[in-house]
Design a protein around this ligand. Structure first.
Ligand code: PGA
Length: 256
């Protein structure tokens, strides 16, 4: 059984004071929801603060990025050794990193391997751009991102994949549940070729891109979709709690 995950990606929003308020606003309700892994990914500068606030709760923390080197003269970068004291997960290969900061698959692969070697759980984001989907190349693009991103990554590695079509991120135009489920099925089949079928069945694959309180139930009703990576709506406490609760309600049945 795959435990569902709802992850909030706060991106470059919230000062530390705002992050504190946001987490305190959602904490009482969020903490109570069972049957789903609940994850918050604030900016680096709020990780320590949130670690303290979330101590003794059921909510886990992730970072939004990291560099692959452990330490050294890399001004402005954050290493896995630093993160592992603060959080359990790290988002890697987000399309905003790929397209605004020029991250390529080779760099992302180095980051994945480095995160795993420090016992951080990477959330590897993959997804096609609009023109790639329109020209029928979505599967090819995603397959290349998976093969390159997971090159030399051991079959047994604990990793989460997020399917985030670039055209759906922050646009209010989410993929339909069928588009998301079909592509996630394709991702699972690709993982079966990279690793093996059994391992592919165990890997949690999330959907991300304009997830809201309105569309989450339909998305997670698809058996292929193991949860969501939520951007904008994770900054609205009531809506985020609603997303997590709806996911728990739909997926909870299958948890033993
Ligand atoms: P969004 O972002 O929910 O605001 O579309 C999702 C993401 O980028 O992870």
């Amino acid at each position: 059984m795959r435990m569902p995950i709802i992850a909030g990606n706060w991106k470059m929003y919230t000062t530390p004071a705002e992050a504190r308020k946001l987490v305190l606003d959602m904490l009482p309700a969020l903490d109570k929801v069972e049957g789903v892994d609940k994850l918050l990914c604030p900016p680096f500068v709020s990780l320590l603060l949130l670690k303290e606030l979330l101590k003794d709760t059921s909510i886990r923390l992730g970072a939004q990025n990291m560099y692959f080197e452990v330490k050294g003269a890399y001004t402005g970068e954050i290493s896995p050794l630093m993160l592992v004291e603060l959080c359990h997960f790290v988002i890697l290969g987000h399309s905003e990193r790929r397209w605004y900061f020029g991250e390529n698959d080779r760099l992302i692969n180095n980051k994945i391997k480095s995160a795993l070697s420090h016992k951080l759980i990477p959330i590897l984001c993959v997804g096609e751009r609009l023109r790639e989907r329109e020209s029928g190349r979505a599967q090819e693009v995603i397959s290349n991102q998976l093969y390159a991103g997971l090159s030399d990554v051991a079959t047994s590695s604990e990793i989460v994949i997020a399917y985030e079509p670039v055209w759906a991120i922050g646009t209010g135009k989410a993929a339909t549940s069928k588009q998301a489920a079909d592509t996630i099925k394709f991702i699972r089949d690709t993982l079966a070729s990279i690793w093996d079928g059994r391992r592919a069945q165990e890997i949690r694959i999330l959907y991300g891109g304009s997830v809201t309180g309105e569309n989450i139930t339909e998305l997670v009703s698809q058996s292929e979709i193991d949860g969501a990576l939520v951007g904008g709506a994770s900054l609205r406490p009531e809506e985020f709690v609603s997303i997590v609760s709806q996911a728990a309600k739909i997926k909870g049945k299958s948890i033993i």
